[in-house]
Design a protein around this ligand. Structure first.
Ligand SMILES: [Zn+2]
Length: 60
């Protein structure tokens, strides 16, 4: 999805920086462990290149 990143804990700050660069606005950080989406399944792994850790946070 456009303007959304799913990342591991390690890459949260990088994803926030990228979001601010791309959209010139501060993102919300959603903990995927505490939030459930009815119509959307987050990707299981971090979207950061070369990272295959579990995706824990949604940057949106
Ligand atoms: Zn990662």
């Amino acid at each position: 999805m456009e303007g959304m990143y799913v990342v591991c804990k390690e890459h949260v700050e990088i994803a926030i920086d990228r979001f601010v660069d791309d959209f010139e606005d501060a993102p919300d950080v959603v903990d995927l462990k505490e939030t459930h989406f009815a119509a959307w399944n987050p990707p299981p792994t971090c979207e950061e290149k070369g990272c295959d850790k579990h995706g824990e946070f949604l940057i949106v």
